[in-house]
Design a protein. Structure first.
Length: 224
């Protein structure tokens, strides 16, 4: 008897299982559903407070406070330095003004001292010159006349006084007899020459026609 051969199935194309084959929709209800929460302001505040923001980090806040204090200290240092600088400038300005004022006063005092010294010298020279006009010797009187001429050039404000003195000297000595047959004595001639060569711009109150007669020594001294 021939054995009957069994037919073997031929190779078939096998499809690989898909992920979707293993996923089946869950149609069964969840026996323990999550509790429903209502969106109330209290719940919202609790949720927000439960979440810690980066700005609420204590270390960050400490660093921020440290930076704020450092900036405040730096700003205070700058303000103090500016105030000190302004105070220094003000003090320097005050010191400069005081120094300038003291220098001005010192210069004014020096000028006043020089003026007083000069006026004192002029007064002494005037007194000596007028004293020479009363001497008996003609050369001494001539010296007094030329000394008055020099004073009149050095101190223009004393010119009216000196001119009156010389005019009075001329009137009191013009009638005296001259020496060696001269028409006019040498001292009177010298006094006339001094009056003729004066600068009339400084005559002020001097008027030759109204000059008084009398002794030259009786006239007033120059202004001080």
């Amino acid at each position: 008897m021939r054995r009957q051969r069994r037919s073997r199935p031929g190779p078939t194309s096998v499809r690989p299982p898909d992920v979707a084959d293993y996923q089946q929709p869950n149609t069964e209800p969840n026996p323990n559903p999550p509790p429903e929460t209502t969106a109330s302001p209290e719940n919202a505040g609790a949720q927000v407070s439960s979440v810690r923001l980066p700005e609420d980090d204590p270390a960050r806040q400490a660093r921020q406070r440290g930076l704020d204090w450092a900036r405040r200290i730096e700003l205070g240092t700058v303000v103090v330095a500016a105030v000190v600088g302004l105070a220094g400038l003000w003090y320097s300005n005050v010191q400069t003004q005081q120094a300038n004022e003291q220098m001005r006063q010192a210069n004014q005092q020096a000028r006043d001292d020089r003026t007083l010294a000069k006026e004192g010298q002029i007064t002494d020279r005037y007194t000596a010159a007028v004293g020479n006009l009363g001497e008996d010797k003609i050369d001494v009187r001539l010296g007094g006349i030329y000394a008055l001429q020099r004073i009149m050039k050095d101190s223009h404000r004393d010119q009216p006084t000196i001119a009156n003195v010389l005019a009075a000297y001329i009137r009191t000595h013009a009638d005296k007899p001259s020496e060696k047959g001269q028409d006019v004595s040498a001292d009177v001639h010298a006094a006339l020459a001094v009056l003729a060569t004066r600068d009339t711009a400084y005559d002020d109150t001097f008027a030759p026609s109204s000059a008084s007669y009398g002794s030259p020594a009786s006239n007033s001294a120059p202004h001080r």
